[in-house]
Design a protein around this ligand. Sequence first.
Ligand code: SAM
Length: 281
Amino acid sequence: MTDALPITSVWLTCQIPARDQRRGRYVRQTSSHPAKMLPHLAAHAISSYSEPGDLVFDPMCGAGTTLVEAMHLGRRGIGIDIEPRYAALAEANIAFAASKGATGTAAVITGDATGLLDLVPASVVGRVGLVLTSPPYGRGTHGLVQTTSTGMRKRNHHYGDRESGNLAYAGWSRLLDGFASILAASYHLLRPGGTVVITCRPVRRERDDLIDLPGELLTTARSVGLTAVQRCAAMLAAVRDDGQIVHRANMFALMAVRRSRDDGIPVHLLAHEDVLILRRC
Ligand SMILES: C[S@@+](CC[C@H](N)C(=O)[O-])C[C@H]1O[C@@H](n2cnc3c(N)ncnc32)[C@H](O)[C@@H]1O
């Protein structure tokens, strides 16, 4: 049973496509990460819930989107990822942001964030203004669609190492337990009044089995002592001035919806991601 919290605000975070948000701001290899946060979503969360000079922490930083956007907004970022190749990618993006004149700084640690209090410097404890993160959504994710001479194929839609402890491979209950450990430890890093922003979307496990991941994560976050402040929707589609919605879904997402509808399951394309905002009181 999960706790309800109504959506009260909509963030227009996909007015331009994700690849255009990243162009000239991220290194090319960033496309190899299977589940990146939208840069405009990260930037909106950082400017809304932290101040210049604040410490922004992402315990599952992937390609480093949260750290790069923090740097461009004059914050100090610190991130962890369990996969050495994603930590290296985040480092490359941090160096690129610095070369582009970002005024903030950031650092990445490679390791398992369920033990993050053993990984981060003691000086960080109680000093973080904003924890901004998104969990892995299971082992198969968004990825890229590539056109080949024989048709379309998906690439970069799986995380790296199944044996690494990557929560993407953990199954739902272990993912939630792991996320609870990460949030409980992150709570100690937050200064009193500090904010946690979690972005996530519902996940379809089998075609007719929908997991309310946002609701589950809200319950988990409350269980570690965080107070829920607001729930928002960050658009994954563009909203035009006349109210028209322009989806940004790839061909495989469109095909999956079409197949489900053909089977009588009335699903829609995902047009938003849930954003949970919580506070350490
Ligand atoms: C949804 S992605 C984060 C994307 C990131 N916000 C970005 O925009 O690039 C989740 C990340 O969590 C990492 N991860 C999974 N289990 C982890 C763990 N136990 N400790 C640290 N990182 C982990 C994955 O390798 C993946 O890069």
